[in-house]
Design a protein around this ligand. Structure first.
Ligand code: NOJ
Ligand code: CA
Length: 700
């Protein structure tokens, strides 16, 4: 890093005090850091000459020591970095990490306290964190509060979900600062979640000013600290950090020296830049895994959707809810006959995957422990090395290997995280012995036995511990109900995907309006890829069996587009093989579409309305394009000027037919082919709740 000198960035303020300044490499963002009349650190940010974040307070409050006032600036350092790094997988083959840094050292008070604030100003936003050095008067802190504020200058439009300590599986409210109280009032309390009162929301969240300027607020590198929620002051257009506490009301137990996660603002007047931003990844530590050759992006199908649709199938082997894992002799129990994780059915999925070039098969409900959980959710114990009698581990291991398919393990912990930690070595050893190298984890229910929250410090530590252990065993992870991602997948690229939002499974539980997948890439996805589970072809839920009526809010063509707009290196094709077999021409797109990219171009975007994106395959010269809309039908008009000039391409378009719409005619799609080059302009038809997917193959 090139270092600057102190005097260059200290400026005299009106009060005569010295403030520090830094700007982004392009100069568009300008940051000022100061201390106010009480000695509390404050910052403000302008964008293209206009105030964006008005003076906002910073600070930390611990039982042992207060870091909110009595400070003076004792030193400043600046520096600039311009480097690129190579992710193991992702949207780009190379990521540019370019910023100007400002670190401000603060001291003061009796007894004396020391703290450094480190800011990184990128062309697409700001990151800052607190750095607490080891100090004479405190080695350990019991942290109660973080004062970080984000004070905006007007009543901006806002997309957010309620501040819940335990779940983020919500639909998004589109509101304003002043409209927030009413907007959150309509949200039902999640059955097992702890919801905060008042106007608390979660990050990542998105703001849009009248100009417009778009701002994503989140955090990066959540390690050893609780997740940050935001308390909104609807009258002052202001948000303040609200750290998820444990049940004793403590946010974090810290041992010094300690650096907090980065607080992040992604800023642009072009909505497409918010989607393209790699700021959160840039603020995470480089990859900690030396040999990453075993980390392989994949597509998978799964014994999964059968349990969601129709409600006749179960994860449990028997209907005897008294059955106890490790105690009950399951082979003496009658099977309930509704258990799809059985050898014959899994073979059917393996055959399907093998025939269609799908890399993996996830199997849920293979292990002991689901009986009571399925009926009462009281027994929170599973064995992760003990299969049900109708699931032949060794036979399936050999069968999958013969067919060139990888089985994916499932570990539902039912939020018994302590018990999972106890079993972890055994569980991962069992996986490796049986040729599994990827696991989907789950934490449904309230965290036991210590009654922590899903996003409190203890569970953040747990999630990071599991990922580190998995790396030791060369295991890839897709976690559900874990703390929302903050870019740690850069440091641990074996963390291929997370759920941490309301996924496709909710099509069977109330539905996801089409705007949902038009806002997730602006919010949740800034932390990392999501296991959204796209690929739903049979959208008339009544066809799955008794007790289910209704219609998923999507056309079939839109489901193909989601492979581009919801990128993930661990991407599911969620529907049943028999439904894919009815639409082989459309399924061809899922067979072909890659899950790892060399380059990405966001072509059209507006939060919660529409997204059109083109991506280049990491391993070929082919491009793919996906376009989605909300309930408003739309024509996406795109010029293929991202293609190299003079090269010829064969284009296959999968789009909604003219008579398609999600409600009445979701499976009406058409496939057309044309020849193209960089001058070609495509007009893609997107129905209400629809989409289009395009393969752009280079002619050899
Ligand atoms: C909730 C997860 O989101 C879902 O994918 C999984 O099938 C169930 N828990 C059971 O583990
Ligand atoms: Ca879930």
């Amino acid at each position: 890093m090139k270092k600057g000198i102190l005097s260059a960035i200290l400026i005299a303020t009106a009060s005569g005090a010295m403030a520090a300044e830094q700007s982004s490499p392009s100069g568009a963002l300008r940051l000022t850091v100061d201390v106010d009349g009480n000695g509390q650190p404050v910052y403000s940010l302008s964008y293209k000459g206009k105030p964006l974040v008005a003076q906002s307070r910073l600070g930390l409050t611990a039982d042992e020591m207060d870091f909110t006032g009595g400070f003076r600036i004792t030193g400043c350092e600046t520096g600039s970095v311009d480097q690129t790094w190579t992710p193991v997988w992702g949207e780009y083959a190379e990521v540019r990490d370019k910023y100007n840094e400002l670190s401000v050292s603060l001291s003061g008070g009796v007894p004396e306290r020391h703290m450094t604030l480190r800011f990184r100003v990128f062309d697409d936003g700001l990151g800052f964190r607190y750095e607490l050095p080891l100090q004479d008067n405190a080695n350990y802190l019991t942290l109660r509060d973080e004062s970080t504020e984000f004070s905006f200058t007007a009543d901006h439009t806002m997309w957010c979900i309620p501040g819940d300590y335990d779940t983020d599986e919500y639909l998004w409210a589109e509101t304003t600062f002043s409209g927030l109280p009413g907007a959150l009032a309509g949200y039902g309390r999640h059955s097992e979640a702890q919801r905060t009162g008042g106007n608390t929301i979660q990050t990542p969240m998105l703001l849009k000013s009248a100009d417009p300027v778009y701002v994503n607020v989140h955090e990066a590198a959540l390690v050893g600290y609780p997740a940050m929620l935001l308390d909104v002051d609807p009258e002052r257009n202001k948000m303040k950090a609200h750290l998820v506490p444990d049940r004793l009301g403590v946010s974090a137990y810290l041992q010094l020296p300690f650096n907090t996660p980065w607080r992040t603002l992604i800023v642009s007047d072009d909505a497409r830049d918010i989607l393209a931003s790699q700021l959160v990844l840039n603020l995470n530590e480089p990859c900690r895994i030396e040999d990453t050759s075993w980390i392989r992006p994949m597509k998978f199908v799964g014994v999964w959707w059968e349990m969601f649709t129709g409600r006749q199938k179960t994860w449990a082997y028997s209907d005897d809810y008294r059955a106890k894992p490790g105690v009950t002799d399951y082979s003496a129990l009658p099977s309930n006959g509704r258990h799809p994780a059985n050898t014959e059915n899994v073979k059917r999925y393996i055959d399907f995957a093998s025939a269609h070039g799908i890399n993996g098969v996830l199997v849920e409900g293979w292990n002991e422990g689901w009986e009571d959980w399925c009926s009462y959710r009281k027994n929170r114990q599973f064995l992760f090395d003990k299969a049900y009698p109708d699931f032949d581990v060794e036979l399936l291991r050999d069968y999958a290997a013969e067919k060139g398919v990888k089985l994916i393990m499932h570990h539902e912990t039912a939020a018994n995280a302590v018990d999972y930690e106890r079993q972890l070595d055994r569980a991962f050893t069992f996986m490796k012995e049986n040729n599994y190298d990827a696991v989907k984890t789950g934490y449904v229910g309230a965290i036991i036995p210590r009654s922590e929250h899903h996003t409190s410090q203890w569970m953040v530590d747990h999630a990071n511990y599991v990922i580190d252990k998995a790396a030791e065993y060369r295991i890839m992870v897709d976690s559900h109900e874990a703390p929302r991602p903050t870019g740690i997948c850069r440091t641990y690229p074996n963390w291929l995907a997370q759920e941490s939002a309301r996924g496709g499974e909710f099509e069977s539980m109330g539905g996801n309006p089409p705007s949902h997948t038009c806002i997730l890439p602006f919010t949740r996805l800034k932390g990392g890829p999501m296991d959204y589970t796209p690929g739903l072809f049979e959208t008339r839920l009544s066809t799955y069996g008794e007790g289910k009526t209704g219609q998923a809010m999507t056309t079939l063509a839109r489901q193909l587009a989601l492979y581009l707009t919801m990128p993930s290196p661990m991407q599911m094709a969620c529907d049943l093989p028999q439904n894919y077999e009815r639409f082989p021409d459309a399924f061809k797109f899922i067979e072909d579409v890659p899950v790892d990219w060399k380059d990405t171009r966001y072509l059209e975007a507006e939060p919660a309305r529409y997204i059109t994106v083109a991506r280049q395959d990491k391993n070929s010269d082919d491009w793919y394009l996906g376009a989605i809309t909300d309930e408003t039908p739309r024509t996406a008009v795109v010029t293929l000027d991202f293609l190299p000039k003079g090269e010829k391409y064969e284009v296959t378009i999968y789009e909604d037919a003219p008579d398609a719409d999600w409600k009445d005619n979701p499976q009406s799609y058409r496939i057309r082919m044309l020849k193209a080059d960089s001058r070609t302009r495509l007009r893609l038809n997107l129905a209400s709740g629809g989409g289009a997917a395009v393969k752009i193959a280079k002619k050899s």
